[in-house]
Design a binder for this molecule. Structure first.
Ligand SMILES: NC(=O)c1ccc[n+]([C@@H]2O[C@H](COP(=O)([O-])OP(=O)(O)OC[C@H]3O[C@@H](n4cnc5c(N)ncnc54)[C@H](O)[C@@H]3O)[C@@H](O)[C@H]2O)c1
Length: 337
């Protein structure tokens, strides 16, 4: 079946995970039929919000093909992957299998079923140590861990898939996804959690103290600076990218952040402002492969797709995560499937 110019169902792989669930919700709110495809290795059934959910693995080409054919899929948003940098260094075989083989399976199923629009969750980890900030799309790409390398491998494969099978793509290179659904239905629930904001909120609640890795970086307060971008703004960028592909626009890649660096200490202070609580923490040695400063230039996605973050303020980002945690102290365990 050829999807041609039709706007059919969107297959959201990894749609029971953190960012994918917010994108699936945004698609549904925009009136787009969605099928969520997730093996639930890291995701949560409840995060699918009652959408059509197929529990399956990205490496199962036959199942993917039958889902594409039976649901009338005309585009794929591909979030399904593992995303822990340290783990990728310890287990590159697993990461290449899940992130590279898994994605190639999705692309193979798309090629076989004639689906020609692909939106790919890429990452700022493809750049490695920055030579200049803010990072623009044409910054040299030298990943320093297996995770970043798996994502760059796919970015580099995509032009070949376009030439051979007509699959046009948009790669969205997120910086640090953060925050939670402002409606309070969705949030971040990783096991173990590795991201600073949910860990800092847990620490503020007195559940587990926070470790801060390195305070002697060449930054104003000595801690690393990162670009926190709200998960709902990321979801919106996916809708814009989908519409661009549906309008016949060419394949491209965008860096996706707010363009504002915030240090680890900035985040801890913001958590205190939002929650009214101190964040107990200790200072641990630097981790290998943590650049001092990473933040995006979002000029291209702003100019070409009109992307404009609605939740760019750090306190607002943290407040949405805090509201979610207060309403669901055990996160998805507190929600009915
Ligand atoms: N969270 C971030 O800050 C960030 C930054 C840059 C890029 N990304 C990328 O965004 C995507 C989503 O990240 P996230 O934070 O939502 O992660 P997540 O772990 O919350 O979501 C990933 C989802 O994919 C599913 N999945 C994993 N492997 C699968 C497989 N083989 N088959 C089917 N389902 C599978 C998991 O069950 C999970 O629900 C990932 O591709 C990640 O690399 C995330």
């Amino acid at each position: 079946m050829q999807s041609g110019g039709r706007r059919g169902t969107v297959l959201v792989t990894g749609g029971a995970g953190y960012i994918g669930s917010h994108a699936a919700k945004a698609l549904a709110a925009a009136g787009r039929p969605v099928v969520v495809y997730d093996n639930l290795s890291e995701g949560h059934r409840q995060a699918a919000l009652g959408a059509d959910l197929v529990v399956g693995d990205t490496q199962d080409v036959d199942l993917l093909r039958s889902v594409i054919a039976s649901r009338g899929v005309t585009a794929v948003m591909h979030f399904a992957a593992w995303a822990a940098v340290g783990e990728s260094v310890r287990d590159p075989a697993g990461y290449y299998a899940n992130n590279v083989d898994g994605t190639l399976s999705v692309l193979r199923a798309m090629a076989q079923e004639g689906v020609e629009r692909f939106i790919f969750s890429s990452t700022c980890a493809i750049f490695g140590e920055p030579t200049e900030v803010p990072l623009r799309e044409d910054h040299p790409k030298n990943p320093i861990n297996a995770y970043g390398e798996t994502k760059l491998t796919i970015e580099r494969a995509l032009p070949h898939f376009e030439r051979a099978y007509g699959i046009r793509s948009v790669c969205l290179r997120y910086f640090n996804a953060a925050g939670a659904d402002p409606d309070g239905q969705l949030g971040e629930d990783h096991h173990p959690e590795r991201h600073l904001i949910p860990l800092a909120l847990e620490a503020a609640l007195g559940r587990s103290p926070l470790q801060l890795f390195g305070d002697n970086y060449p930054t104003p307060d000595g801690t690393c600076q990162r670009d926190y971008v709200h998960v709902t703004d990321l979801a919106q960028a996916h809708l814009l990218a989908l519409e661009a592909l549906e309008a016949g626009r060419p394949s491209t890649a965008y860096n996706l952040g707010n363009g504002r660096p915030h240090s680890v200490r900035d985040v801890l202070q913001a958590v205190t402002r939002v929650t009214g609580r101190q964040v107990p923490h200790s200072v641990a040695p630097r981790r290998d492969g943590d650049p001092a400063v990473l933040f995006a230039s979002n000029a291209r996605i702003h100019a070409e797709l009109g992307w404009q973050p609605r939740f760019a303020d750090l306190d607002v980002i943290i407040d949405t995560a805090w509201q979610w945690l207060q309403a669901h102290p055990r996160k998805y365990q507190d929600r009915q499937a």
